[in-house]
Design a protein around this ligand. Structure first.
Ligand code: AMP
Length: 399
């Protein structure tokens, strides 16, 4: 898929609006724990600055749900961006209020303005055309470099593209790189191709799982989502995370896997804890023997061994979602073991998603992976063969 390229735009001395995805993971003190998403956007930002552009950058962070909330301010992002760019970054007090509009208007060549969290505006997630227009009015050019949010039809991602013609909008380098990588992965994966899917909920990944089934040879399930499958198979899962309304869907996924000959792996043992806490009493139990009121918070050692066996001959691995509550040391071992195994393998290893990227970086195996995507949801949707709403308007027209 060929996208409108930033390289073909006449940017010299112009005002440019760059939509980035700076939705970075933060610790409990508000410190950025993985700045990959910020670092990944530097190529595009520097490209514009090198051409003496005035650069307006916008991003969301977390889910403030249309309200101003200091917790989700882009202040620490602005500080990190300043450090990485080695130049001043002005943070506006709002998104499209007086402050942002005035600062955008007065912005001079080679200056950088960061708008406050786009999701302080309810219109952002509603793809509100008025908000798109206000954002578009700030600049002469629009660049989308926010791969991680390009699967969302939001005002700064989708709606805004209507206000720029093909000579005034393009994909940034990061977006381009991600799209090209996944296009190759879908069209021609070296087989066997395995997906490791974890994380908290089945609901967020159900469609992706269904759509991945015809493309992969094996699927390994971990994380909280495993328990919906285990419950459907008749296991007692205690107080583990479960989505009861999705039990039937979980069955459909397993039936479909069987029909297609996809090897479907579920945990055979788990680390069960008395409560959801870092200091909880915990023990290793088989999937058959999770005590009542206990919750499974990580995959167990037998599952790690089983998954390693299953992954042994795999040539391409896509990993999306942690195997357990990796933020708590006690429940990070399963994810860590799988991460080391995947990193040491000779397969093409693709990590998708904020949490999984954060995980491999914490463990220190990020350099060993073939590709770390900045978008979990977006990469899954690409693999499903979907055209992302944020990319749609940037596809080069065929005539
Ligand atoms: P997601 O956003 O769906 O990819 O889920 C990531 C989150 O899933 C991480 O914050 C993990 O702590 C959480 N998680 C992983 N395994 C479990 C589990 N067994 N129970 C509850 N949460 C989990």
């Amino acid at each position: 898929m060929e996208l409108l390229s930033i390289k073909n735009l006449d940017l010299v001395n112009k005002k440019v609006f760059i939509r980035c995805d700076f939705n970075v993971p933060m610790d409990e003190f508000g410190n950025i724990s993985d700045d990959r998403r910020i670092r990944s956007a530097l190529a595009t930002i520097n490209f514009c600055l090198d051409q003496d552009c005035a650069v307006i950058i916008a991003s969301h962070l977390g889910r403030p749900k249309g309200e101003v909330n200091e917790k989700y301010s882009l202040k620490s992002v602005a500080r990190r961006l300043h450090k990485l760019l080695k130049r001043d970054v002005v943070l506006a007090n709002d998104v499209v209020g007086n402050d942002a509009i005035t600062k955008a208007k007065e912005l001079k060549a080679t200056e950088v303005l960061l708008l406050e969290n786009l999701r302080y505006e309810a219109g952002e997630t509603e793809n509100d055309s008025k908000l798109s227009e206000k954002l578009a009015d700030m600049a002469d050019f629009y660049i989308n470099d926010a791969f991680g949010v390009s699967h969302r039809a939001h005002a700064s991602v989708a709606g805004i593209t209507k206000f720029f013609d093909d000579e005034h909008k393009a994909a940034g380098f990061l977006l381009q790189k991600e799209i090209q990588f996944f296009a190759k992965l879908i069209n021609n994966p070296t087989r066997p191709f395995a997906a490791i899917v974890g994380g908290s909920k089945v609901s967020g990944k159900l469609e992706a799982l269904t759509n991945l089934l015809p493309k992969v040879d094996k699927i390994f399930i971990g994380g909280g989502m495993a328990f919906t499958f285990l419950k459907q198979m008749g296991y007692e899962i205690g107080a583990s995370l479960v989505e009861d309304d999705l039990l039937e869907d979980a069955q459909k996924v397993m039936d479909e896997a069987k029909k297609l000959g996809v090897k479907f792996y579920l945990p055979v043992d788990v680390i069960a804890a008395e409560k959801f806490a870092p200091d909880a009493v915990s023990k290793i139990v088989t999937a058959q023997e999770i005590p009542e009121d206990w919750m499974g918070l990580d995959i167990g050692p037998a599952t790690v061994r089983l998954y390693r066996e299953g992954l042994n001959d795999v040539q391409t691995v896509l990993w999306n979602g942690p195997m357990g509550v990796y933020e708590m040391e006690k429940f990070a071992r399963g994810s860590s073991k799988i991460a080391h195994f995947v990193a040491d393998s000779y397969a093409t290893t693709v990590v998708g998603g904020g949490d999984t990227a954060d995980l491999v970086q914490r463990i220190g195996v990020d350099e060993e992976m073939s590709f770390i995507s900045t978008g979990g949801g977006a990469s899954l949707e690409l693999l499903e063969g979907k055209i992302l709403p944020g990319v749609l308007a940037l596809i080069v027209k065929e005539d």
